[in-house]
Design a protein around this ligand. Structure first.
Ligand SMILES: [Zn+2]
Length: 455
């Protein structure tokens, strides 16, 4: 039997048309007064616009699951991930002569990854780790231990963020350990421990034996991504979770290096994540520590009498983006729309915010017309509240908003090109691949001391 859907495009199918008539078109559900009371001018923010942002660090991760890892065995798969990044100097337009990357070669330049990693996929047998899940865990550890983000490994950064995690995680991290909520060995008594189980402490530095069964444990097991690993099917989910986690660690790691080099330049830098400031799935609990690490960095800036650097995410797809395009006539240019919990839940249908997001979502209609859905971390506390009575969407909790909007206006239309954000930016300004850490640091050092260091 031929499918009834087979002959017509879905939208022309009479059956679908008839049934869809029972549903509201998104624009028919817009509530003008509900929108307007949440909209305000960026010029009304009682925030400093100084210092202006002069540098942008932007990362973009991608992942590929390659089939037929071994010829003639299409089910054998490998996972490959890449995090590329650029350091943008907003003081130098790309059309000026200079010694930065040629715009024609910029796509190649950002291909120079900050991180590139291999993970095993389905139907691969490791020569030592016979169990495929164990091989995946071992390789995840190897990737985090061997990848350096300037002066720190991904593992060091993971441990650093956990110092701001839940109390037990923070105490373990201070001792150079990560807490595993269970042992991965299904036969172990610690595989399904009771509710009040304190966790297994594992050194960040090396493999540890499970105290109950002796199975090899690695600190990266704490991410729990291995729980979704499928020895006999696609592992796109594991790949995506690992990539997202690393992307956020890279951004933080670069910020911490800049801080050591020159806090004065750090305050003039924006760190942009291509996507939301959020972690989904198994590693979601790590969002708390990442937020805490950014807040601690901000607090150190302020103790030194400096403004914090900017950090925010830009979402380019998903329902909130479509919604903003739908309601744009209610949001004038250079205006923002606050998205409180009620609007998030009732209009945008976003759930489980407290478990995942470390930035607060809001809409911005930039002065040149671009419509942006951004996530911004609060200076203290969590991005979303746990109780129904509090409303943590107050703009005073986000002291970097004013400068964020100024930057977005300044950057202009470049962000809504279809290209990923680092590429869009790199087409207009001097861009340096973040992978060339020495060069980026040298530029910053030159700026810090105010004169060029000999080539
Ligand atoms: Zn065990």
């Amino acid at each position: 039997m031929a499918s009834r859907l087979g002959h017509l495009p879905t939208s022309n199918n009479p059956l679908i048309q008839e049934r869809l008539a029972r549903y509201h078109k998104p624009e028919n559900a817009f509530d003008a007064s509900m929108i307007e009371e949440r909209v305000s001018s960026a010029d009304d923010l009682p925030q400093t616009g100084a210092p202006a942002i002069r540098y942008v660090v932007c990362v973009d991760g991608s992942g590929h699951e390659d089939q037929e890892a071994f010829e003639r065995y299409p089910s054998t798969r490998v996972l490959y991930l890449q995090i590329a990044g650029v350091f943008i100097d907003l003081q130098h337009m790309q059309n000026q002569p200079g010694h930065f990357v040629d715009p024609a070669r910029i796509a190649d330049a950002i291909e120079a990854s900050v991180v590139s990693g291999f993970l095993p996929g389905s139907y691969l047998e490791h020569e030592i780790y016979k169990d495929p899940v164990q091989a995946f865990r071992a390789e995840t550890f190897d990737l985090f231990a061997s990848t350096q983000i300037q002066r720190r490994s991904l593992l060091d950064l993971l441990c650093e963020t956990q110092k701001y995690g839940e109390a037990a995680d923070a105490a373990a991290a201070e001792a150079g350990e990560l807490l595993l909520s269970k042992c991965p060995n299904e036969k172990c008594t610690l595989h399904k421990p009771g509710r009040d189980f304190a966790g297994i402490s594992v050194s960040v530095k090396a493999e540890t034996a499970c105290p109950a069964c002796g199975t090899a444990l690695w600190p990266t097991d704490a991410l729990r991504i291995w729980e979704a690993f499928q020895p006999d099917a696609s592992n796109g989910e594991c790949l995506g979770r690992t990539r997202d986690m690393i992307e956020h660690l890279v951004l933080l790691g670069v910020a911490m290096s800049f801080e050591e080099l020159s806090p004065k330049l750090l305050q003039q830098t924006a760190f942009i994540c291509d996507g939301d400031l959020a972690l989904f799935g198994q590693p979601a609990p790590f969002h708390k520590g990442i937020l805490g690490a950014w807040q601690a960095l901000w607090a150190r800036c302020q103790q030194n009498g400096l403004e914090p650097p900017l950090v925010f995410g830009i979402a380019k797809s998903g329902y909130p983006v479509e919604h903003l395009h739908g309601i744009q006539r209610f949001v004038p240019r250079r205006h923002l729309m606050r998205l409180d919990d009620k609007y998030m839940a009732e209009r945008l249908r976003v759930k489980s915010l407290t478990e995942t997001y470390f930035g607060r979502k809001l809409f911005y209609h930039a002065s040149d017309g671009q419509l942006l859905v951004i996530t911004v971390p609060p200076a203290s506390g969590t991005a979303y509240g746990r109780s129904r009575t509090e409303d943590p969407s107050g703009l005073d909790r986000f002291p970097t908003l004013g400068r964020t909007f100024d930057l977005l206006d300044n950057v202009g239309t470049r962000l809504y090109d279809d290209a990923v954000i680092p590429v869009s930016l790199a087409h207009h300004w001097a861009a340096y691949p973040l992978a060339n850490a020495e060069r980026v640091l040298r530029i910053l050092t030159e700026r810090a001391i105010g004169k060029p260091i000999g080539n």
